[in-house]
Ligand binder design. Structure first.
Ligand code: TYM
Length: 341
């Protein structure tokens, strides 16, 4: 009888996680609750790779200075929120050339119709009709390259990225069927609460990084008084009950934020605020966010004081990632039929 405990070295490796965040605008509480907050703890169970997806950031117009600053800020922030560079591979996407290389190869296994159906492409095209560039169209294929290069099993993301992970699975399956098993086919993983956090000023719109002056987005590096102000001004309704329901988008969003921050359920949050008025409830959600973000901001500020150390971490991460990526890329070139030297 087959001994299930005897495994070859390939199956012995721990499952892999890959995820990334794009350095456009300012990282928000939505990014944090939908994805980032789960990343540090995943190292207990998986081998994890996390990247600042700077190549993805140029699909929208961005100034060189802003791209540079945003990328460094995000890299430091990922460490500040708990990603230990000794236990995870943390790197800048553009530092590993294999991402762009594999993206080109995968373009040839992605159908025009499939990429055209991506809702983010359609939304972003509507928002910036003067800059519907080919990079924006190709964006999900680059994402597929990010994931497939590392043979990731699990991709922890918010709701809005699930369609891209689905496309990645389609591309991987197509390639595996055309040649032979090459890529691990990954699954997207979203949290029960927080997979889609909405704007505090318009609870029907996603909380986004680019809500500059408005009070709709809570930014991870906002000072406590700004966070409190944004929560106190959060749009609700003219009812008085702290209860989640379809016609109470603002309150539902706040309950979701509270549940995701406290690792509890919306039902238990509802019970906790059964007798509270809206002002008290909003202030309590704000305080929970302030307390969660305070140590992150403090660690972040300390990290930014030593740019040299950050560069070393970037270098080490890129080296480790490039080694894994090269193995996959070599395999892909060979399978397609390229002459290798
Ligand atoms: P990005 O930078 O838009 O967002 C980073 C992560 O945050 C999640 N997210 C949200 N979750 C809940 N509520 C929100 N309002 C909210 N806004 C954003 C996103 O779902 C995401 O998980 N293309 C990706 C980055 C990327 C990537 C990858 C992700 C590049 N390569 C490979 C996974 C795997 C992006 O722009 O995410």
């Amino acid at each position: 009888m087959e001994n299930k405990n005897v495994q070859n070295t390939d199956t012995e490796r721990r499952k892999r996680v890959f995820s990334a965040i794009k350095p456009t605008g300012n990282p928000t509480l939505g990014n944090y609750l939908g994805a980032m907050q789960y990343w540090p703890q995943m190292a207990d169970e998986y081998d994890c790779l996390y990247a600042v997806a700077d190549l993805h950031a140029i699909t929208v117009a961005i100034e060189p200075k802003e791209l540079r600053e945003n990328s460094k800020r995000l890299f430091a922030l990922l460490i500040a929120m708990g990603i230990d560079p000794e236990k995870n591979i943390l790197f800048m996407q553009s530092h590993v050339g294999a991402h762009s290389e594999l993206c080109w190869l995968l373009n040839n296994y992605t159908m025009f119709g499939e990429a055209s159906r991506m809702t983010q492409f359609k939304d972003k095209s509507k928002k910036a009709p003067d800059n519907i560039n080919v990079g924006l169209f190709d964006y999900p294929v680059l994402m597929a390259a990010d994931i497939l290069l590392y043979q990731a099993d699990v991709v922890p993301v918010g709701d809005d990225q699930l369609q891209h992970v689905e496309l990645c699975r389609t591309i991987a399956n197509r390639f595996n069927n055309r040649y032979s098993p090459t890529f691990t086919v990954p699954v997207g993983k979203t949290p029960k609460y927080g997979a889609r956090i909405f704007s505090l000023s318009d609870p029907t719109a996603k909380m986004g990084k680019s809500d500059g002056a408005g009070d709709g987005s809570v930014f991870l590096l906002d000072p406590p008084e700004v966070i409190m102000r944004k929560f106190k001004r959060a749009v609700t309704d003219c009812d008085t009950k702290v209860k989640a329901s379809k016609d109470k988008a603002g309150i539902t969003n706040l309950l979701t934020i509270y549940a995701a921050l406290n690792n509890t359920t919306v039902e238990s949050a509802e019970r906790e605020f059964e007798n509270a008025d809206y002002a008290t409830f909003k202030a309590r959600v704000g305080e929970a966010a302030v307390e969660r973000l305070r140590p992150i901001r403090e660690r972040y500020e300390a990290l930014r004081r030593d740019e040299g150390a950050l560069c070393e971490i970037m270098n080490a991460g890129a080296e480790k990632a490039a080694r894994i990526a090269k193995r996959t890329l070599d395999k892909v070139y060979k399978k397609i039929g390229f002459v290798r030297i």
